[in-house]
Design a protein around this ligand. Structure first.
Ligand SMILES: [Zn+2]
Length: 50
């Protein structure tokens, strides 16, 4: 049981880091950038800027 608890903590910290990394503003419209899995980069959902 302790083993699974430890794994959950590691996953949580990784998710937080990922969210902070995505929290960037678009250079074109200053909107919140989203992560696009198809390109592996950031994509603006408002103007399509990558
Ligand atoms: Zn934009």
């Amino acid at each position: 049981m302790n083993k699974f608890g430890l794994t959950d903590e590691v996953l949580d910290s990784q998710i937080v880091e990922t969210k902070q990394e995505i929290d960037k503003k678009c250079e074109c419209c200053a909107g919140d950038m989203d992560f696009d899995p198809s390109t592996g980069g950031l994509l603006c959902p408002f103007c399509g800027h990558k």
